[in-house]
Design a protein around this ligand. Structure first.
Ligand code: ADP
Ligand code: ZN
Length: 656
């Protein structure tokens, strides 16, 4: 073989031909450095060629061959599969697998820290043992099999999948655990390390360039055995992967909303299938997608019914806010205040959940009615009073909080509308001046270190009342926490999101699951103006099955996911009429196909984002249709002008 087609990690759809210099031993998958324009770049040998159609005087030679192990064939197949499915440039998907600064500069030594030995013998219950046996056997069989490990919070799902990890490690294989929120993963990593007596390698976007390079190499060489990572870890070139676990599989953060638009959970199942290995999806509140796959027999459900040690799920009650005339600027009902008082009196902990960062979601001028808006987005700008700043949660725009109305210049006329966590904190401190209150949001906890510090303070009983956003919903075990109050249970039900009810149900179930996880009994109070809403009723009755059944019936009737398919096409640009025109042109070029419907163009709910105007098309098709093929043919008919950006989102989760 004298030539090679090399794929580069950039926005290209196919590899380019290069000549292999005399004596260079490249194979498919080799990492090689090649000239590109005036510079050089590292890429991957995608194919060896006996000859090339490029004229000999034009073709350039490969310059360098890395000593790192070649990218495994299965990793390359996976990259191709994802590019095809998401309609992304092949090179952009490759980027996710290898664009790591300085990985090819030198061989690195990865020396994970020493482990602290701690014996923690655990005897599994009968139902835990049954599930663990099945998973161990699946790992030993080295074949594709998909499982849903389904059990209420605290039922020992982690204990059970630990057994599967052990089996994989014993076989000398690599195990990948995908988690939705890496900032909060330290306690899990520590638990896995202690139990497995093996260092875990974490992989996420907060690593330093040196850490990335070391870890990438250790994974590519097969030295790192247990990898705990965010969705991006799925694209690493594992040479001997034996098991994938997706913890909290229902979490929407597995969907990547920038660059290559993919769903980490779904692509994990694809990778498991390609590599012929078992995958375990884990959740107390499975997504309707996964639930449906269990019912159709594609996935095997392993059910854990009991909470460990006889702890019970806390009862959930609603507080009907229509019956409380709340004083202005107060958001916590007397009923909830009383429950908080009783709880801290007993020296137990309280969690108040409000999924709104900052002081107030909206600031308004009492004189002229002006509302403070982000200059770049169709969104209100949110006051973060502790920082004295206004922030846009969509584009990162910041400014100082003004004293006067920017519109009519009236003094001291700006007025906060509605509660954010900071304002809730103010109200709580007024009621309970001696309580120790902590905020638990992405603004306060940005790094694993900060998370560890707060979690250990809560553990040590140094906090009485935790006020948190969705960040607290995720998998912590607070033994002394016995009261959960949801300040605005109706919040997630707003908006036209296909999954609004499902998401609300999951979120509130997860938050509720933080209460009463140990010997002490817990209680959950939901403040709502819609106590009869199906989501509230399902939560009170603790009836997940019925909720999912209703939700499935509704979606089946509407032929929407998971019973039909969606793709969104989003156009954006600086000139609104050009954006609209490009969308309309593409819409008009849509080929007719039975069972496929094109809706729009419509201005996106987020009409302006980061200074760009946005229009959307929504393609709806039957479950078994080849949506990608249809899109590929269609999109070639009316490519947008270069000033307009077009993004295709297969299986969209965001409808903004
Ligand atoms: P889940 O992942 O379902 O929320 P965990 O695996 O975190 O549940 O278990 C909840 C708590 O109960 C943990 O502290 C765990 O160590 C403990 N636990 C679960 N099963 C057992 C068991 N068989 N023996 C001892 N402790 C257990
Ligand atoms: Zn903005």
């Amino acid at each position: 073989m004298s030539h090679a087609a090399i794929l580069l990690p950039r926005a290209v759809n196919k590899p380019f031909d290069y000549r292999i210099p005399e004596g260079m031993q490249v194979t498919e998958g080799s990492y090689v450095q090649v000239p590109v324009g005036k510079t050089t770049e590292w890429g991957v040998v995608w194919q060896l060629l006996a000859m090339s159609d490029v004229p000999p005087e034009k073709i350039k030679p490969i310059q360098n061959l890395s000593t790192l192990p070649p990218m495994p064939a299965l990793t390359r197949q996976f990259i191709e599969w994802v590019a095809n499915y998401t309609l992304s440039p092949l090179g952009n998907v490759l980027t996710m697998a290898m664009r790591v600064p300085t990985i090819f500069e030198k061989d690195r030594v990865y020396a994970p820290k020493n482990l602290i030995t701690k014996e923690m013998p655990v005897t599994l219950s009968d139902e835990q043992t049954q599930a663990a046996d099945i998973l161990r056997a699946a790992v030993d069989a080295k074949k594709y099999a998909a499982f849903l490990l389904d059990g209420i919070t605290g039922s020992g799902k982690t204990e059970v999948y630990l057994e599967a990890i052990k089996a994989g490690l014993k076989q000398g294989l690599q195990v990948l655990v995908l988690v939705p929120e890496i900032v909060l993963t330290q306690p899990l990593i520590q638990r896995l390390e202690e139990r497995l007596q093996l260092p875990a390698t974490s992989w996420h976007s907060n690593l330093t360039p040196k850490q990335r390079a070391e870890r990438w190499q250790a994974i590519a060489k097969g030295e790192a055995r247990l990898i705990v990572g965010a969705r991006s870890a799925l694209f690493l070139p594992f040479p001997k992967l034996g098991l994938i676990i997706v913890d909290e599989e229902h979490e929407h953060s597995f969907k990547q909303e920038e660059g290559v638009l993919y769903h980490g959970r779904d692509m994990a199942v694809v990778r498991a299938h390609l590599e012929q290995l078992p995958i375990i999806l884990v959740s107390a509140t499975p997504s309707l997608e996964t639930e449906t796959n269990c019912q159709s027999g594609k996935y095997t459900r392993l059910l854990l019914k009991a909470r460990h040690g006889g702890a019970t799920l806390p009862p959930i009650e609603t507080i009907d806010m229509r019956q409380h005339r709340m004083p202005a600027k107060q958001f916590v009902s007397p009923h909830l205040i009383k429950a908080i008082a009783e709880t801290i009196e007993k020296r137990e902990q309280v969690l108040l959940f409000l999924n709104r960062r900052g002081y107030a979601p909206l600031t308004l001028c009492r004189t002229c009615g002006h509302r403070l808006k982000c200059p770049n987005c169709s969104a209100w700008i949110v006051e973060h009073r502790a920082l004295g700043k206004l922030q846009c949660h969509h584009c990162g725009y910041q400014s100082r909080s003004p004293k006067n109305c920017p519109e009519c210049k009236a003094e001291d006329s700006l007025h906060a509308v509605g509660p954010g966590v900071e304002r809730l904190q103010e109200e709580i401190v007024e009621h309970f001046p001696n309580a120790r209150v902590a905020l638990f949001t992405s603004d306060h906890i940005a790094t694993p270190k900060q998370a560890e510090k707060l979690l250990s303070e809560i553990d040590a009983g140094k906090i009485d009342i935790i006020i948190g956003t969705q960040m607290v919903a995720k998998g912590h075990h607070f033994p002394n926490l016995t009261l959960v109050g949801v300040i605005d249970a109706d919040l997630g039900l707003e908006g036209g999101d296909l999954r609004a009810s499902e998401k609300s149900f999951q979120m509130m179930t997860q938050v509720s699951g933080r209460a009463g996880r140990a010997e002490k009994k817990g209680k959950v109070l939901l403040q709502t103006y819609n106590p009869d809403h199906p989501v509230m009723k399902a939560l009170i009755a603790g009836d997940r099955e019925n909720f999912l059944k209703r939700e499935a019936e509704y979606r089946r009737a509407a032929a929407v996911p998971p019973f039909g398919r969606f793709a969104a096409i989003i156009f954006s640009g600086r000139n609104e009429s050009e954006v609209k025109q490009a969308a309309t042109q593409l819409r008009n070029a849509a080929p007719k196909q039975a069972g496929t419907q094109v809706l729009g163009p419509a201005p996106a709910p987020m009409t302006q984002l980061k200074g760009k105007y946005r229009y959307r098309l929504l393609v709806k098709s039957l479950k078994n249709s080849n949506l990608q093929q249809y899109l590929r043919q269609w999109l070639a008919l009316a490519p947008p002008p270069s000033a307009i950006q077009m993004k295709v989102d297969i299986d969209p989760y965001s409808f903004m």
